[in-house]
Design a protein around this ligand. Structure first.
Ligand SMILES: [Zn+2]
Length: 123
């Protein structure tokens, strides 16, 4: 299936969607593309203001302003960084055979090559 990367204008989250879906979202949100989470939030703005009291455009603007004012984009970004760093560290040192033969193999994506380097981080 054909997909394209669409970037949310509110939070910057990138999602892979079919061109049809992207077009449908753009149509609903005045040419902007927003992710499912932000679409929910915009829906909330509308519900909170009361149906008919606020246009989609206004709700969208409110949400964008809110998202931009937020101290930093999703906290999970920092968390992902940490997890990635730890995973990278573990992967480097897991090249040695497991101590217990009964241990199930973990993470098969060990990069070919260098074993456990004595130092130096070069990526
Ligand atoms: Zn978003």
């Amino acid at each position: 299936m054909e997909v394209e990367a669409a970037k949310c204008e509110c939070c910057g989250f990138t999602e892979e969607c079919t061109p049809q879906y992207i077009a449908a979202v753009r149509e609903e949100y005045l040419g902007r593309w927003i992710c499912g989470l932000c679409a929910e939030a915009v829906g909330d703005e509308i519900r909170r203001a009361g149906a008919g009291e606020i246009t989609t455009a206004e709700a969208l603007d409110r949400h964008v302003a809110f998202a931009r004012a937020a101290p930093r984009a999703p906290a999970r970004a920092a968390e992902d960084d940490l997890v990635a760093a730890v995973a990278r560290l573990l992967r480097r040192c897991l090249d040695s055979p497991p101590a217990s033969p009964a241990a199930p193999p973990q993470g098969r994506k060990v990069a070919a090559g260098s074993g456990c380097p004595s130092g130096g981080e070069d990526d």
